[in-house]
Structure formats: C-alpha cells, structure tokens
Design a protein around this ligand. Structure first.
Ligand code: 4NP
Length: 154
C-alpha cells in the first residue's frame, strides 16, 4: 500500500503529514506494509527542507522532518501510489487536473479520514506559530482515521 500526501509547497502541511503518519504507522505496527511520501503541486520550494516553523512544531512532538526535501507532484505518482491525498480543495483540484483518466488511484482530502468529508488543513505559511499547531492537531486526527482505514484494507 502506498500513500502520497499533497499540499501546495511541500514544505509545511504535507511533510508534517508524512512525519506524523510515519510515526502513526510505526505505533500501529504496520510501517513495513505501507510506503508513504509527500509532494507539492507548486514549483517554488523544490529541493528545500521543510519550513523551519513546521520542523520546530513537529519536533516539539518528537517528530524530525529535517531529512525531507520538497518535490513536485508528477503523473508517475498516479501509477506509483494507491492514495493521493490533498490538504485542501485547491490541492484537490490540481491533483484531479493531473490525474490520468485511466488511473485507479484514490484521490481525496486527507481530512476525510478524520470524519470531516469536506475538511481542509489550512495553509499555515503566512500565519503565526499557532497555525502550525493547528495543522499538527488536524493531521494527528486524520492520521488515526487513515490508520484504521488501511488496517481494514491490508
Ligand atoms: P504548504 O505551505 O503548502 O503547506 O507547504 C505553503 C508553503 C509555501 C507557499 C504556500 C504554502 N508559498 O506560497 O510559497
């Protein structure tokens, strides 16, 4: 099973989702059965490490994002991944626009797994520290939901 987390820049929300979800997989004992990655739909931050505020917020919960590097969503991802999950409706539109018509990949919002079908993880880039805490809280909730979902699928 392969899951790809997608946001705009791949320096705030989706690397946070990757780090949080990796720990959730380890805690659930299924880390060897699920591969994950993250990427962005925008081009601006390719090759960069996560935003220092995102790294700091994650580190305060024991999650190290420092080795992650931003990359852009590609058509190949729709062959490689079973789930391509956007953080907000803009991400979702960009993902759907790139999805090949014959792709069977599940495309949707990550927060749907937190029980909020239309829920969005708000972009924290232009805000303050509290935005990053909010992102972490939402992502932790959605991660638990996605773990339960994948356990049923495995
Ligand atoms: P992300 O946040 O999509 O959660 O990585 C953003 C990072 C950078 C920009 C926008 C959002 N930006 O406009 O550069």
């Amino acid at each position: 099973m392969k899951v790809l987390f997608v946001c705009l820049g791949n320096i705030c929300r989706s690397p946070t989702a990757e780090g949080v979800f990796r720990r959730a997989l380890e805690r659930a004992g299924i880390a060897d059965q699920v591969e994950i990655d993250s990427c962005g739909v925008g081009v601006w931050h390719m090759g960069e490490a996560p935003d220092s505020r995102a790294q700091q917020a994650a580190l305060s919960r024991g999650i190290d994002l420092s080795s992650l590097r931003a990359r852009q969503l590609s058509k190949q991802d729709f062959s490689d991944f079973d789930y391509v999950l956007g953080m907000d409706q803009d991400n979702l539109r960009a993902i759907r626009a790139m999805k090949p018509s014959n792709s069977q990949t599940h495309v949707g919002l990550f927060l749907a797994f937190a029980g909020t079908p239309d829920g969005e993880v708000p972009d924290p880039y232009y805000g303050g520290e509290e935005g990053f805490e909010n992102v972490l809280n939402m992502i932790e909730a959605a991660s638990e939901g996605l773990i339960q979902h994948l356990k049923r699928e495995l």
